[in-house]
Design a protein around this ligand. Structure first.
Ligand code: HEM
Length: 144
């Protein structure tokens, strides 16, 4: 991800922020069309979930320069998604759902450069989430 791409993501995120409810609505609507099985994973209040996602994106986009601080947060998020049973291909559908939401809201401002920049940042988020250290799971619990 280049500094130019980081800047493009920041600018366009600021641009869509007043419409973040709409972004989240479009994103999950698309995700549930593409991955109907994921609907059942969400047990909490979807309005709250949408707010959590948009807040997370904001924190991650603002902190993109600070890998040392962002990485443990993304690892943690990855670990809980692993425990929900979210699968790799579903993360790809999530990416397409995010692109769909951004494209719908940004319209002609969703240029190929903007799209590439968002794909690059999403790839960083998703791959960091995917690569959380698994070793804690291998701890042997002694039987008595
Ligand atoms: C297809 C992909 C994904 C699925 C199926 C999924 C599923 C879920 C589920 C089931 C929850 C828990 C909701 C509940 O409490 O009922 C959750 C929470 C959350 N997800 Fe995802 N997720 C996906 C991708 C992502 C991605 C890519 C991000 C961030 C970039 C993300 C950010 C979050 C956040 C911030 C929470 C709230 C965690 C908390 O409560 O502390 N999710 N997700």
């Amino acid at each position: 991800m280049t500094p130019q791409q980081q800047a493009l993501v920041r600018t366009t995120f600021e641009q869509v922020k007043p419409r973040s409810t709409e972004i989240a609505d479009l994103l999950y609507k698309k995700l549930f069309e593409l991955e109907p099985k994921t609907v059942a994973l969400f047990r909490g209040d979807m309005k709250e979930q949408k707010e959590k996602l948009m807040r997370m994106l904001q924190i991650a986009i603002e902190g993109i320069d600070d890998h040392a601080q962002l990485q443990p947060m993304l690892f943690n998020l990855g670990r809980i998604h692993h425990s929900y049973g979210v699968q790799g291909h579903q993360f790809m559908s999530f990416q397409e759902s995010l692109m769909f939401a951004l494209k719908t809201v940004l319209g002609k401002d969703f240029t190929p450069e903007v799209e590439q920049a968002w794909r690059a940042i999403y790839l960083y988020f998703a791959s960091t989430m995917h690569n959380f250290p698994h070793h804690e799971e291998n701890v042997q619990v002694p039987h008595n």
